[in-house]
Write a protein that binds this ligand. Structure first.
Ligand code: C2E
Ligand code: MG
Ligand code: MG
Ligand code: MG
Length: 291
């Protein structure tokens, strides 16, 4: 019986694997078409300063508006795009769009301090990010300090190359943040050696910080490391008032999360920011009291 079950299971897995491959290649073809047809679009997610209660920055998050399947999130297609190299043209497009949009917002009087763009490891290490950024800044007329690139610790697999690229980007005046901090090849040595402006505490630590003491301590430790190295620190994945209170108590600089709303298209910017800034005064009062 066990043998039979085992055999069946094997067969099942095999079938799944086969379908997975099939699906993947279909999705891959669709992704090529999506890039050509402009089905990939930017959504925006605010980053809030806890001391002032103001939205100080905005992160660009890519969405695929699929004609049949609806809106598809980046976790479903970015890894695929990284594998087949499509991430390079997609990433270039995102950087250019972000610079144009930010310039537009600034021209309209927005007080945003910068826009953050996610750069995946493959894009960072295998394409000429520096050139792409230079061109995007020139094309849009956006001063470099209004642009931030979010890289992850996975770029450290080529630490020397990463160091060179980061120094060139810093020389240009672009900001750098280290995304999903704490989940990858974290090393304090890199933090000391690389020109990084900000740490983004990974959402997984933030989410469990209110009921898991280890996660709470990790969050506090990351905030402390950021402080002592004079880096800014932002917590992502803030979903509740409890998360917010915890982060205020430990003097995290900035927060981002669904508690303040989900990512939205560019047109909703003003409305979303107004809403967030109206909900924050009472929280920031808390923040000042603990300081
Ligand atoms: P990320 O850069 O760490 O972005 C944060 C992700 O967490 C986003 O998911 C955001 O919607 C989600 N998030 C933020 N706050 C909360 C919260 O309170 N609760 C929950 N449950 N989720 C929250 P999203 O948009 O699905 O993006 C996933 C990842 O895809 C991003 O993680 C980033 O690594 C990648 N990505 C997104 N856009 C781009 C892009 O333009 N280029 C590249 N290379 N990667 C991108
Ligand atoms: Mg990010
Ligand atoms: Mg992240
Ligand atoms: Mg991520």
């Amino acid at each position: 019986y066990a043998k039979k079950q085992g055999k069946n299971r094997f067969h099942l897995l095999d079938q799944e694997h086969y379908e997975h491959l099939n699906q993947k290649s279909e999705l891959e073809l669709e992704l090529y078409r999506a890039v050509e047809r402009g089905e990939l679009g930017a959504y925006y997610h605010p980053q809030i300063c806890l001391e002032t209660g103001k939205v100080i920055a905005i992160e660009v998050l890519l969405r695929w508006d699929h004609p049949q399947k609806g809106v598809i999130g980046p976790n479903l297609f970015i890894p695929l795009a990284e594998e087949n190299g499509l991430i390079v043209p997609i990433g270039e497009h995102v950087i250019r769009q972000a610079c144009l949009q930010m310039k537009k917002w600034l021209d309209e009087g927005s007080p945003l301090q910068f826009i953050s763009v996610n750069i995946s490891a493959r894009q960072f290490l295998q394409s000429d990010v520096l050139l792409t950024v230079k061109e995007a800044l020139k094309e849009s007329g956006l001063p470099a300090h209004f642009l931030e690139l979010e890289i992850t610790e996975s770029v450290m697999i080529e630490v020397e190359r990463t160091e060179r690229i980061l120094h060139d980007l810093k020389e240009l005046g672009v900001r750098i943040s280290l995304d999903d901090f704490g989940t990858g090849y974290s090393s304090l040595y890199y933090l000391k050696r690389l020109p990084i402006d900000r740490l983004k505490i990974d959402r997984s630590f933030v989410q469990d910080s209110v009921n898991d003491l280890s996660d709470a301590n990790i969050v506090r430790a990351i905030i402390a490391v950021a402080r002592s190295l004079k880096l800014e620190v932002i917590a992502e994945g803030v979903e509740s008032k409890e998360h917010l209170t915890f982060l205020q108590q430990y003097l995290c600089d900035q927060v981002q999360g669904y508690f303040f709303g989900e990512p939205f298209p560019a047109e909703q910017m003003k409305e979303a920011v107004d809403e967030i800034e109206q909900m924050l005064p009472m929280y920031t009062m808390n923040y000042r009291q603990t300081e």
